[in-house]
Design a binder for this molecule. Sequence first.
Ligand code: UDX
Length: 495
Amino acid sequence: MAESDGRPLPTTTPPHVLIFPFPAQGHITSMLNLAELLCLSNLRVTFLNSDYNHRRLLQFTSVKSRFAVYPELFYMLGIADGLPTDHPRCGEQILDLFESMRSVTKPLFKDLLLSIRPPLDCVISDGGLDFPLDVAGEVGIPVVHFRTIGASCFWTYFCIPDLIEAGELPVRGGEEEMDRLITKVPGAEGFLRCRDLPSLCRGRDLSHPYLQGMVSATRLSSKAYALILNTFPDLEGPILTQINSHCHKMYPIGPIHEHLRTKLKNLKPTQESSSSSSSSLWEEDRTCLGWLNGQPPKSVLYVNFGSITVMKPDDIIEIWHGLINSKQRFLWVMRQGSVVAELGSNSNSNTSTFPEELVKGYPGEEHMVVSGWVPQKEVLDHGAVGGFLTHSGWNSTLETIVAGVPMICLPYFADQQVNSRFTSEVWKLGLDMKDACERKVVEKVVTELMVERREELGSRAARMAELARRSVGLDGSSGRNLEALIEDIRSMRRS
Ligand code: UDX
């Protein structure tokens, strides 16, 4: 490795770390950023993707050239995820991966751990997957869990057995019941309601394998060698303290995308950071950036519901009319396959009432609809964007916080119900419209965010963005935690 690129020269053979994300966009993005942070500290990383995502990453991103600057430190491998190629892997069906990976991927994973060379010193596995901890334990490799959700949702999953024991779960149904306050999530008393629990808690069947699997994987993190979280104490400090009483070795190193951007900028101040290079599993459409250039500062509401959400056509129509009625400018990005029964095909809902612009997607003067996938971080950083109507995925939440943009939250599933509550009630960085996807509500919250409370929410968002950026500096909490994590991994090196 060249000394001139600013990185320290390796003095010994680097420790070898295997990074293994759950096969979905949000998980891959943050764990790939972690991989690059480790390479920057001269650790050798093998990044293990599902074969399906491995192919897509190579097809749609510059991942090869991005990591070519770490010769002999970064390798990528694929492993079967157990689903057929034509499985949609989105919406609720993404949960099928838990079962298929347990039956198909698990034995392959064990073979890989035994055969990989040089031998592994450490596995960093997605904390949402339960089997890597057992399998690596059997072959004597320490496992660090990386949880790609926020600390608040991690902690909520952790507390679910206590909620059940106290009779706070199951939720019995009915609007009043959904507003009942939960008291057994320490640190969240007084604001977390039944409707804000992870979506899997909404069913009456608490023995549901996905809920049980998620809770047991979360509890397992206290048995892992350490727990990495993509967050920072200024955002989730009180909840981190709660988690720390169960997971003693904990490394909050987020926001990871900003952490990487800062490190790369410090190394090469004049060069564009590689965190702006994409890890997208879809081809990026960049035309919206040109359209944004023609819009007044902070005038555009960006609308995007992430990589997994599948929406009902009726909800799309309500959002559309709410946006139009608000008379605010907007940029709406709809991923292909993000509407139940693709537009125009069989559906119980009447998709023929979809406005033409929504079906075709075109740049208008005051709004633009993109049917595809955009470079989200660049969009959020654009000066014309004044708000984000989001599904509250954790990566989107952190990217928006770093960009200093206020949010309207319309969560779809999983952790998003929790994230949206913390965004609105605790951090006061936006408005939560969960379970109320009606045009009048959309119009009201858009007007509130973009006009009536613009100054107030804008200045809170700017303040939190500053704290996020500080946390990833060398003297910031996440900066120091990353250094400690790297030292810890070095100490695992087997002779
Ligand atoms: C879901 C969860 O809600 C998330 O919290 C969990 O950790 C992973 O699964 P997802 O729908 O992928 O996540 O949302 P999010 O976590 O926000 O990640 C989406 C990523 O895709 C973000 O990094 C975002 O910048 C990127 N993106 C999305 C694009 O780059 N372009 C797009 O058009 C849409």
